[in-house]
Design a protein around this ligand. Sequence first.
Ligand code: FAD
Length: 330
Amino acid sequence: MKSFAHVNALSVDHALSVLEKYGQEACVIAGGQDLLFRIKKYLVKPSCVVNLKTIPGLSYVRFEPAQGLKIGALTTLSRIAGSAELCKRYSGLAQAARSVASPQTRNLGTIGGNLCQDVWCWYLQAGFSCWKSGGKFCDLAGGDSRYYGSIMKGHLCLANSPSDTAPALAALDAQIHIASPRGTRKVPILEFLPGHQWVGNRLQCHILQPDEVLTEIEIPLQPTRSVYLKFALRKSWNFALASVAASATIEDGICQDARVVLGGIATHPYRSPEAESVLVGRKIDERLAQDAAEIALEKARPLKMNGYKVGLSKTLIRRALLSVAGEDDN
Ligand SMILES: Cc1cc2nc3c(=O)[nH]c(=O)nc-3n(C[C@H](O)[C@H](O)[C@H](O)COP(=O)(O)OP(=O)(O)OC[C@H]3O[C@@H](n4cnc5c(N)ncnc54)[C@H](O)[C@@H]3O)c2cc1C
């Protein structure tokens, strides 16, 4: 491991001032579940690591009746998975948090870290030359894409977005609060995670500049039911091969509004407005759920070895929609 300076941040402003000083040479650490692995593997070589856990007041789940839900960036996944308020009103998010890795990872891993984590593609981990490691090629294009490859069009790196909480938050119209030396801003989660793009010399999945920190997640108040379904090789300690977050507002049996967001199949949480629009104004039954699933996957362009994700995603969508509609067939 390359040696680096370590700063225990005392406040968000303190963290920002250190990040501003070091620029792209610095990175922040929260639970450390991902970052330490990447530092040990020389995938990330910071000169300074800024510890956010020493900042008081960034771990909370706060429900405000007039505004909705606010979650601090340092809130652990365990706390989100176990929150009674979340299980009741935002069950899809609690289910997503509960599906991450293992209890040990969830006890330390934070929601901020889960959203900002990088891809887990085995070509990157094994030290192959790729876009992320300074090369000019993505081996997933013609290589083994079964596990980590996108089935939707990708740009440069074709590795899928690994976060379980991101699709669940997108199905709830979450907004991300960001702090920087220039002030604060708030962006919808799908704009926060647009897919791989260059920020300086880093090819990353989120839009944070090197001197920015994610501070809070805000979910508006909605009369919505939500669900998260994930398929992985094992029930624990494994990333989604495909997952679906669905939410819907149902009145008198009729769908008034819906969100369908897929995980594990694209370089970003993949929302399908086309599938959502066929649901609105109708009763969600087996036939309609299947139609929505077909529409959601119409743009799929699988790589050589991951075509199976198309059928898998359709099945998950159908089940998720029947579940939010109360027509669960499980
Ligand atoms: C074996 C294993 C299995 C896993 N399985 C799953 C899985 O099934 N589903 C899933 O979703 N994830 C999975 N993960 C990933 C893991 O759960 C998440 O990585 C964890 O939530 C990260 O949180 P953390 O606080 O430890 O992040 P850290 O390791 O501290 O940080 C991760 C990244 O986010 C950045 N970061 C952290 N917090 C902030 C912030 N507030 N603002 C800006 N940047 C920030 C860091 O700089 C770093 O780049 C797995 C990881 C492992 C090792």
